[in-house]
Design a protein around this ligand. Structure first.
Ligand SMILES: [Ca+2]
Ligand SMILES: [Ca+2]
Length: 444
């Protein structure tokens, strides 16, 4: 008896895996002998599926280009071999994925292979099922495959419109590497359901600090206090025991500072009100937020030689650092306020940076602290810049600001030091002030 092969080599289109199968005429015992193994891929041992079917899994060596491969097979029964037959495997590309860093988000953009589009441009959703986005944790610089679906895309309006083939991942932390992959399932004309997947795509940037020229000057209250400490210190320091006291709206980050004419592109902002008020134009004489926050006694001490009043609405970021390599700490910062110009001799809002208890934020040469009384249009005026109402020199709400100032101090290596950055209103909680501190981390 000769096994009759009625049909063979049904063709499967697939990216990473493909299989051919043979169909024999009726049910009887048989075996399959392979010959002429695939040229560009590896295949599994032939597996009996049922009395009439057998399958083999094929994995192309390189799935990034489109080409055909195949193998020959012989079905034998009772020692009588059939003639050789050939299975063709059509290997086609799968989807591709790119990732782009934006402020506090990562934008994923994908493309689908041409063969999918040719199935019907505006009916792609008829052929694509279970479109999934996987976000994979990173370890040791490589992607760790995730089996947990991060996001699904089911909306035909998105799947059928190439201009909408994107997804913004906003749940990102700074200085964290993320890795993504997309997959979809295609039900093809061979009654098979095959999963297509993109290669992994990895970000290696600090997502939240990435410049976005279309966004203009921005502030963001989202980052944690630990992120703020990391931003102002930069690499080389181990940071611990981070604390923040003050209103949640009073601290955060800013970006595109150049858009506001600031000499700092990105950094941390602390204020005695709401950091969102920092954004220009300067269209109010006295923008303010009453936070009902407490004074800071260290700041009270800093201004005690200038005024008898105490502080209010303090915002205080504090932490400990240790470094094996850095014997110096440096901050570059700008102090800005709504107290200028009308109250520059009556309401002494203040900022200070304490390292191991010593205030290192001082007017150069003079050793004056940084406050409304010590830097203004008449005192230390070379350090002062006016931002008049409705004729903004800077795209900031604040009516005046200092030039870019530097606070630095030598420190011992391998010793824990305390850092405390504090700002507050003085005498009342009105007409807020802010400090812009340059980020020491690298942005792409
Ligand atoms: Ca103003
Ligand atoms: Ca206030």
């Amino acid at each position: 008896m000769t096994s009759a092969i009625r049909e063979h080599g049904k063709k499967h289109a697939c990216n990473h895996h493909a299989f051919g199968y043979v169909l024999v005429q009726r049910s009887f015992a048989f075996s399959i002998v392979s010959s002429n193994r695939p040229r560009d891929g590896a295949w599994s041992a032939i597996t009996r599926m049922d009395p009439t079917h057998a399958s083999v899994t094929y994995t192309p060596e390189d799935s990034s280009f489109e080409r055909d491969d195949g193998f020959d097979f012989i079905v034998s029964n009772c020692g009588v071999d059939s003639s050789s037959a050939h299975v063709t495997i059509n290997v086609v590309p799968g989807p591709t994925l790119t990732v782009e860093c934006l402020p506090r988000s990562i934008l994923l953009k994908w493309t689908l292979p041409e063969w999918i589009k040719m199935l019907g441009d505006d009916r792609i959703s008829d052929f694509i099922k279970d479109f999934r986005i996987y976000r994979c944790p990173i370890s040791s610089g490589t992607c760790t495959p995730s089996t947990t679906v991060y996001e699904t895309v089911n909306d035909p309006a998105i799947i059928n419109n190439p201009e909408r083939w994107s997804f913004a991942d906003t749940a990102v932390e700074p200085d964290t590497v993320y890795c993504y992959r997309i997959t979809f399932r295609h039900e093809n004309d061979c009654d098979a359901s095959i999963i297509y997947e993109s290669p992994y795509s990895t970000t290696e940037c600090s997502p939240i600090c990435c410049p976005d020229s279309e966004r203009g000057f921005w502030t963001d209250q989202g980052p944690t206090k630990e992120q703020l400490a990391t931003w102002v210190m930069g690499p080389g320091f181990t940071i611990s025991n981070v604390g923040y006291s003050g209103a949640p709206a009073a601290r955060g980050i800013f970006g595109n500072g150049v858009n506001a004419n600031l000499p700092i592109a990105t950094g941390v902002i602390l204020s005695s009100g709401d950091i969102a008020l920092a954004r220009g134009p300067n269209d109010e004489p006295g923008a303010e937020k009453i936070n009902d926050e407490l004074p800071d006694t260290d700041l009270d001490a800093v201004i005690s030689s200038e005024t008898t009043f105490t502080t209010f609405d303090a915002a205080v970021l504090s932490f400990e650092i240790i470094s094996a390599t850095s014997n110096r700490i440096m901050f570059q910062y700008i102090f800005a306020s709504e107290e200028y110009p009308d109250f520059e001799t009556s309401f002494d809002d203040v900022v200070a940076i304490f390292v191991d208890g010593t205030n290192i934020a001082l007017v150069p040469i003079t050793f004056d602290p940084i406050s409304i009384f010590t830097v203004n249009s008449s005192r230390n005026s070379s350090r002062f810049l006016s931002n008049p109402l409705n004729q903004p020199a800077f795209n900031l709400q604040y009516n005046g600001l200092t030039t870019l100032l530097t606070a630095e101090i030598e420190i011992a290596t391998n010793v824990t030091h305390t850092v405390k950055i504090a700002i507050a209103d003085t005498r009342d909680r009105r007409l807020d002030s802010a400090v812009f501190i340059k980020a020491q981390i690298q942005c792409p």
